[in-house]
Design a protein around this ligand. Structure first.
Ligand SMILES: Cc1ncc(COP(=O)(O)O)c(C=O)c1O
Length: 387
């Protein structure tokens, strides 16, 4: 008799990006090479010095050994110092745990906060891996609609109405995937106060924080007394250092949470992969300028994208920031997947349908403009013409 799958896994939707990629096979190349705006992957390779450090670390006996469960002290110290400087607060290595990417960090945060049968509130459109991670753990994602007219910034007042005795956490992403919306510090403070009042965790995914145009602190939450009672902040090294394949992310949390995180991480990974940790402990301090230059390039691409789209009637950039633009297409009522498939097949432009990011998103496409060079963003002008 065939063994059955855990129904929580059997019922999970398949990863959506391969379906979208399959549409490009029907593009005949008439408009030039495919412009792939689908996946949030860095368009540039890592800095040559980082590659050299990775090679050196990979060849060392040290990297072949298990390290600390919560991550190497050198990387935690460097990351705590970097974050403390950016937010103007005091943080140290004990506040940090290193994970196999921010996706794992989210899964760990979800396991820490909730058990099967509990609820976690997620603004829609959501980052699909957040929704599926919760679902595979038997935790119910509760949709909190973030509306176009509010720049896709969710409202804490709407959130209050969704809280039930089973609610354990609110999970926010800023700068947001898929919309690019940047949540103002006051909004984040309101969510933090709500989490405190209701005894919930606020899980804050800041994967794209290094791409904010502004150099100031993105929010003041780490400056609150007892911030660690309710806040878990997540980060990814994948995008900022262009190393998604090395699978490294980070969590910042208070002492009680870090203890729980270590219990979970011991079971999931024993320790994070050592090679990348060794190289990144160096890179944080030494590649600051390179990261700033990348950010400038990406901001330039955002500007070009907005300008290009403004020339095409019916299309509208509803929100844009960091890595992404959320684009309203000109055919209300037509499923976003139909529009995205047509754009891929007829024009060789791959963007993801809004419907991949939760209910009520059929009027939108997500565009990861950070993936491609400025010249390709400019080339979209010709691709959108007459669509
Ligand atoms: C909001 C968000 N969180 C987490 C991740 C995953 O990042 P990582 O490569 O660090 O697992 C992504 C990647 O696209 C993301 O967009």
């Amino acid at each position: 008799m065939r063994a059955s799958l855990n129904p929580l896994i059997a019922d999970l939707s398949l990863p959506p990006i391969p379906e979208a990629q399959s549409w490009t096979r029907r593009y005949d190349g008439a408009h030039g090479p495919l412009i792939n705006l689908s996946q949030a992957v860095p368009g540039t390779p890592p800095h040559a010095d980082l590659l050299a450090r990775l090679a050196e670390a990979a060849g060392s006996a040290d990297a072949a050994r298990y390290g600390m469960i919560e991550g190497d002290l050198a990387l935690r110290t460097a990351y705590a110092a970097e974050t403390a400087a950016q937010y103007g607060v005091k943080l140290d290595a004990d506040d940090v745990a290193i994970t196999a990417g921010c996706n794992e960090a989210f899964a760990v945060a979800a396991m820490l906060a909730a058990q099967a049968g509990d609820e976690v509130i997620l603004p829609t459109p959501w980052y699909f891996n957040h929704q599926t991670t919760l679902s595979m753990l038997g935790i119910t994602p509760i949709a909190l609609p973030a509306r176009a007219e509010n720049g896709f910034v969710p409202d804490a007042a709407d959130t209050r109405a969704l809280i039930t005795p089973r609610t354990r956490a609110i999970a926010l992403v800023t700068p947001n995937n898929p919309t690019g919306a940047i949540y103002p510090p006051e909004t984040l403070a309101t969510f933090a106060a709500l989490a405190r009042d209701e005894g919930l965790w606020l899980i804050l995914d800041e994967t794209y924080r290094d791409f904010l145009a502004d150099d100031g602190a993105p929010h003041g939450l780490f400056g609150e007394p007892d911030w660690g009672d309710n806040l878990i902040a997540l980060y990814s090294f994948s995008k900022s250092y262009a190393v998604p394949g090395h699978r490294l992310g980070a969590m910042i949390a208070g002492p009680q949470a870090v203890e729980g995180i270590i219990k979970i991480l011991d079971n999931l990974q024993i320790c994070p992969a050592r090679t990348g940790q060794i190289a990144l402990a160096w890179a944080i301090e030494n590649l600051r300028q390179w990261r700033a230059d990348n950010r400038t390039d990406i901001l330039t691409r955002a500007g070009i994208f907005t300008e290009v789209i403004s020339r095409h009637p019916g299309w509208k950039v509803e929100s844009i920031g960091a890595y992404f633009a959320y684009l309203r297409h000109p055919w209300p009522g037509t499923p976003a997947a139909t529009v995205a498939e047509r754009l891929a097949r007829e024009r060789g432009v791959l963007a993801l349908p809004g419907s991949y990011f939760g209910p009520g998103q059929d009027d939108f496409l997500r565009v990861a403009f950070a993936n491609v060079e400025s010249a390709q963003v400019a080339a979209l002008d010709e691709r959108f013409a007459g669509m």
